[in-house]
Design a binder for this molecule. Structure first.
Ligand SMILES: Cc1cc2nc3c(=O)[nH]c(=O)nc-3n(C[C@H](O)[C@H](O)[C@H](O)COP(=O)(O)O)c2cc1C
Length: 190
């Protein structure tokens, strides 16, 4: 990597305290840190965004929305671990994206790494397809491969926080590495 560290904003799409996606996010954060990136996590539960409402915005963006917009602006890469709810992305994550992209689009030109954990056999495949589509609308670029699906996620993590499947760990490492390279290339052409 070049001299300037890549800044990552890491977000788990679940508010649940025992979230499996937050576990996956911690692994990805560690990988990114070891690859030389600077990582900041934004916790959607702590942020406590209101439900998106244009009438609310008419009085100015609520403070958590301003915080989120600034955090996205300051990042080169978004790292999102998404659960799958009813074959799509969870409401709180979509709510955050909608608020953050309202009026101005701080996402535009960023790179993103997306992955997810679910109890099902598809490992958030359908949610990730939707999330990629939403991010494409916001002019966010993702590497096409690898895609990380953490299936049967209740059994996927070891007590030390690592993943049982070492191949999947390697793939996650590769995803982060490729995304950092993409962000580096984007920064060089700015
Ligand atoms: C409302 C709801 C809908 C869900 N729909 C799906 C689904 O479509 N596919 C799936 O694999 N898991 C589904 N699940 C199970 C989640 O994958 C599981 O709860 C997962 O642990 C959530 O992520 P978290 O651990 O990060 O909170 C659903 C769970 C909830 C609460």
């Amino acid at each position: 990597m070049a001299n300037q560290p890549i800044h990552i904003l890491a977000i788990a799409g679940s508010l649940r305290s025992e979230s499996l996606n937050r576990k996956a996010l911690q692994i990805a954060k560690k990988i990114a840190f070891e690859l030389g990136a600077e990582v900041r996590e934004m916790d959607l539960k702590t942020l406590a965004l209101p439900v998106f409402d244009e009438d609310l915005r008419a009085h100015g963006f609520p403070e958590p929305v301003v915080t989120l917009k600034h955090a996205i602006e300051a990042a080169d890469v978004l790292m999102i671990a998404t659960p799958e709810y009813n074959h799509s992305i969870p409401g709180p994550l979509k709510n955050a994206i909608d608020w953050a992209s309202d009026k101005t689009n701080p996402f535009s030109g960023k790179a993103a790494a997306v992955f997810g954990a679910s109890n099902g056999l598809n490992g958030t495949l359908r949610a990730q397809i939707h999330l990629r589509q939403v991010l494409a609308a916001l002019n966010v670029e993702l590497v096409p491969q690898p895609q990380i699906f953490i299936r049967s996620a209740r059994e996927a993590f070891l007590p030390d926080g690592s993943m049982v499947d070492s191949k999947l760990m390697k793939q996650l490492h590769f995803l982060i590495q490729e995304t950092l390279k993409l962000a580096q290339r984007k920064n060089e052409t700015k």
